[in-house]
Design a protein around this ligand. Structure first.
Ligand code: UDP
Length: 403
């Protein structure tokens, strides 16, 4: 049986997504590893021990273990994590000598650095999924340290394969990091349709206790990158004064708390206190009820490697109005499953929202098409492509060398 070492240094597939450092990547790892084990690949997932209470090894399901790696103080801030990468790597290396794997798969740049340091001494192929890239964030005004850019460049150069979540990410890797296109596999993430499927809007509203008019939903971590300010501005500009914006998620990252405060100030300044509802992060499985209760989901992100929220909303038959960035360009079929916005003007978003909210038959047809599109994204599709990739790389035995 093929065995993979999945590296996820900074965040665990077992944590609650929607706030802090936990979001789409956590869902992605939990789902693809679970599907991989069903596709015949057993996986050890290496996560930094971030809480003193954690068991050293957690068996999530047969063939899927999370290994908590002691490296640095449990409550270390994310910006200090580069300082413990070597300690983390040494520990994982010792573990892998005793418990060998056939392939390494790193997620996010910090784990890429670990994978790169492990692949040479252990002679293992390295697959990397970056999830976000510093140079892409910088293009949108979210500057990251040069050390991250340098590290990403090295990992790009020495990964035996990279997984891009969407064609746009492949282009970014090639144009911004000079990656060889033939080392990049574009493999979309998925959605669990047992959880996310169309259902009764009235029943969902009843379940979450929503009694208002049209409902615009924003789901995700609150940080500048996610563009919640654009969603609030759009609400202020929609025609229907009974429409509300529900925000499910919490502060994330160094700027998260300041962003929440800025948004609250904006809401008060616009006199929208009664029309913007803040809901703390909800367990992943419970989100389907929120999607079903909504008329439309808004996603005004500045950049987005994929955008799982857009796919989950679509799977529930809800149209999405999203920024035309990254994976959202692939996920949202403009005018068919929702609308893609080329600019960040709240008035443009409001115009798209108005079109949907004022026209129930358009809303239904966009939602129906969205649900059909989402059915093309099972997690098993990603897992099967990854299994084939791992098999190919382990058979080749000629690893990319950075020297
Ligand atoms: N999420 C969740 N509970 C919440 C808010 C978000 O489970 O309260 C999940 C959501 O369902 C999605 C993920 O967090 O699967 C966010 O992924 P996305 O790709 O949209 O954004 P990212 O966090 O990767 O920037």
């Amino acid at each position: 049986m093929l065995k993979a070492g999945i590296i996820s240094l900074h965040t665990s597939p077992l944590t609650q997504p929607g706030a802090g450092d936990s979001g789409g990547m956590n869902v992605y790892i939990r789902e693809f590893v679970s599907s991989l084990t069903q596709a015949g690949v057993s996986c050890d997932v290496f996560v930094r021990k971030w809480n003193a209470e954690l068991e050293p090894v957690v068996e999530v399901e047969p063939g899927f273990r999370v290994i908590h790696v002691p490296a640095g103080a449990c409550d270390l801030a994310k910006e200090d994590l580069p300082g413990i990468v070597d300690e983390f790597t040494d520990w994982v290396r010792a573990w892998l000598v005793e418990n060998p794997v056939d392939v390494l798969h790193a997620n996010y740049w910090l784990s890429g650095v670990v994978g790169h340091q492990l692949k040479h001494p252990l002679d293992l192929p390295l697959v990397t999924t970056f999830h976000t890239l510093a140079r892409v964030k910088a293009e949108m005004g979210d500057a990251e340290p040069q050390a991250r850019i340098d590290a990403e460049s090295q990992v790009v150069a020495c990964s035996d394969a990279m997984v891009a979540n969407a064609p746009e990410e492949r282009r970014q890797l090639v144009e911004l990091y000079h990656a060889y296109a033939d080392r990049i596999e574009v493999i979309a993430p998925g959605v669990d349709r047992a959880l996310f499927s169309p259902g009764s809007s009235a029943g969902a509203r009843d379940a979450i206790g929503y009694e208002g008019g049209p409902l615009i939903l924003f789901v995700g971590r609150i940080q500048p990158l996610k563009g919640l300010d654009v969603a609030v501005g759009a609400l202020a500009a929609v025609d229907d004064p009974t429409a509300k914006l529900m925000v499910v998620g919490g502060a994330s990252g160094q700027e998260g708390a300041a962003e929440v405060a800025r948004i609250e100030e904006m809401v008060a300044g616009l006199g929208l206190e009664d029309r913007v509802l803040f809901v703390p992060p909800k367990p992943h499985y419970a989100l389907s009820t929120y999607y079903r209760a909504a008329d439309v989901v808004i996603m005004p992100s500045r950049s987005e490697s994929f955008g799982l929220v857009a796919l989950e909303a679509a799977a529930c038959g809800i149209p999405v109005v999203a920024a035309a960035v990254g994976g959202l360009r692939t996920l949202v079929d403009d005018g068919v499953t929702g609308y893609l916005m080329e600019d960040r003007d709240p008035e443009s978003y409001a115009a798209a929202l108005n079109r949907i909210l004022a026209n129930p038959s358009l809303q239904a047809s966009l939602g129906g098409a969205a649900a059909r599109t989402a059915s093309r994204y099972p997690w098993s599709g990603l897992a099967e492509r990854l299994r084939d990739l791992y098999t190919e790389l382990t058979a080749e035995r000629t690893l990319v060398d950075c020297n």
